[in-house]
Design a protein around this ligand. Structure first.
Ligand SMILES: Cc1cc2nc3c(=O)[nH]c(=O)nc-3n(C[C@H](O)[C@H](O)[C@H](O)COP(=O)(O)OP(=O)(O)OC[C@H]3O[C@@H](n4cnc5c(N)ncnc54)[C@H](O)[C@@H]3O)c2cc1C
Length: 509
């Protein structure tokens, strides 16, 4: 329990304190602990509650990094952006290979299709070259299955048949894409691995850097019950996603901006059975990538991309997001005939992109910022780390640390496996068992009903199973484990219902 842990860590010194328990902080904690460093990972809410649980869930092949308004012109005018796109896509293909091979149960394979028009910026031969380049980035046993097909064959695909502008359609590019079926679990797994490797991990605890001017850094911790502790660190990694600038401003008010937050929203709809398992990617009216992605019997459509300066703890899809998504869907895929009544759910998140004064909506290149030149020696902050390459990000941090400080402990080897598949039978009823719920609370630090249902057991993302979701049942088992009185239990159920409504409801438009 946190209370005991807070007491134990108070006054301790760690090699590395990581602020932020999203996929980037969690993965870094695992890699750094395995290297033999003493690690404290602190998350102010639950692990994976930030952008990590709000993404488009694509373990994409890197094509996305070449999608830009007027791409040929954009990249010719900005060779650095092209180099970054090449670097990011290479990392994406490497990560795709590694994840599909090591945790195949955490990904779904999707047939993706990219329509090609006669007036596209990229010509078909350029698309061939692009895919051939991508496929060279990894071994052949997780192939892209790239195939360019002509117009009549393309039109056999129901999503292509639903498109507008079919008169200008000249064909399509077919390829295999992968999707994370549960990014939150990957994050929780990384936290649990980190713990097993010796890291101390705290959720529902806010971290604040109190002082980083000398040779030691002091971090103040405060949990949700108001209990506080102070720890010291040789190095601090601020991996607080879109909250990074807030964490840094608390210790250094003149810190230049490091991150730009852009909001991305999705809508969930049910398409005809013929679309099952099929995904499509296209540019929207803003020249930004727009996807229709399969999710069991459903599809999700999006994302949006708008600058976000609002409350980071209250992000949800609003009326403007849903209006935009419906308008784009109607204009790109008129044949799907999607209206507001068809939307069964929504979600939205904020991408923690890298601040770049030349790119209004931020840059997608991942940066590990060394803040020593801003008066914070030994403090680093990471921006724009996608879920896909989280393992590489953790390893890059290890490389950096090894140049600066010696680990106190021994290097430990470990294997990347998904705990969930080891400890739970992956079906709805066993997920709901008393044993699973108790395990989520007692071994995996779940504290709220939302933690259990979405981030430890994953039941919430199964839209067909949702009507059978017995929140009372979950709450009664949790109450026993967490010593909730009846009042507390009722409050927790209400909190869960409020939170799910806020995060997933379909707003009026
Ligand atoms: C709409 C959308 C679509 C996306 N699509 C994809 C995709 O298809 N594929 C892909 O790979 N990536 C995608 N991404 C990007 C990806 O989701 C993020 O880049 C990634 O999740 C960032 O992880 P993170 O750990 O840096 O941030 P987060 O997951 O946001 O974690 C940061 C954590 O820090 C915590 N924190 C903040 N302040 C403090 C503090 N003071 N003390 C303690 N903890 C603190 C927060 O509570 C939060 O949990 C998408 C993102 C969005 C929003």
């Amino acid at each position: 329990m946190n209370k005991k842990l807070m007491k134990n860590v108070n006054g301790k010194k760690f090699d590395v304190v990581i602020i932020g328990g999203g996929i980037i902080g969690a993965s870094t904690a695992r890699e750094v602990a395995a290297e033999g460093y003493s690690v404290l990972l602190v998350e102010k809410d639950d692990f994976a509650s930030g952008a990590t649980s709000r993404s488009s869930r694509l373990l994409h092949c890197g094509l996305r990094y070449f999608e830009a308004p007027k791409p040929v012109r954009t990249f010719m005018m900005n060779p650095t952006r092209l180099l970054n796109a090449l670097k990011m896509s290479k990392q994406a293909m490497k990560a795709r290979y590694e994840i599909v091979k090591s945790v195949p149960q955490r990904v779904n394979k999707i047939n993706f299709i990219l329509p090609i028009y006669s007036d596209d910026d990229f010509k078909p031969w350029q698309i061939d070259i692009g895919f051939s380049l991508l496929s060279r980035f990894t071994p052949n046993d997780v192939p892209l299955d790239y195939q360019r097909i002509g117009k009549s064959e393309a039109l056999e695909n129901p999503l292509i048949a639903s498109l507008s502008n079919k008169d200008k359609l000249i064909g399509a590019a077919k390829f295999t894409e992968y999707q994370f079926n549960w990014p939150e679990r990957l994050c929780v797994d990384a936290v649990m691995d980190a713990k097993r490797l010796g890291a101390v991990t705290l959720n529902y605890t806010v971290a604040k850097i109190k002082d980083a001017s000398g040779c030691e850094r002091t971090i103040e911790l405060k949990d949700h019950a108001g209990k506080t502790a102070q720890v010291k660190a040789s190095r601090v990694m601020v991996m607080a996603g879109a909250w990074i600038d807030r964490v840094l401003a608390d210790v250094e008010s003149t810190m230049p901006r490091k991150s730009t937050g852009t909001k991305g929203a999705h809508i969930v709809v049910k398409l005809p059975e013929s679309c099952r398992g099929q995904g499509i990617t296209k540019l929207n009216s803003q020249g930004e990538p727009f996807y229709c992605i399969p999710w069991s019997d459903y599809h999700y459509i999006g994302p949006t991309e708008t600058l976000y300066e609002g409350n980071l703890d209250e992000v949800h899809a609003d009326s403007a997001d849903v209006r935009f998504l419906l308008k784009e869907t109607a204009s790109l895929f008129p044949g799907l005939k999607i209206t507001h009544e068809d939307v069964i759910s929504t979600w939205a998140g904020v991408r923690p992109l890298t601040f770049d004064e030349n790119q209004l909506k931020g840059a997608r290149n991942k940066v590990l910022h060394d803040l020593s030149r801003h008066g914070l020696p030994g403090v680093y902050a990471l921006t724009a780390g996608p879920i896909m390459s989280h393992r590489d990000t953790g390893r890059e941090v290890v490389t950096k640390l090894l140049q600066e400080i010696e680990p106190h402990g021994q290097k430990i080897s470990f294997e990347y496996v998904s705990d969930f598949s080891l400890n739970y039978a992956d079906n709805f009823y066993s997920k709901f068992s008393e044993q699973s719920i108790k395990k989520a609370v007692n071994d995996e630090d779940a504290r709220t009903i939302f933690d259990v249902i979405y981030r430890r057991l994953g039941i919430g993302w199964d839209y067909d199973a949702l009507p059978e979701l017995d929140v009372d049942h979950v709450s009664r088992i949790m109450a026993k484990e967490l010593h909730w009185e009846e009042d507390d239990r009722e409050r927790e159920v209400e909190k869960f219902l409020r939170e799910t409504k806020k995060l997933f409801d379909v707003p009026d438009i």
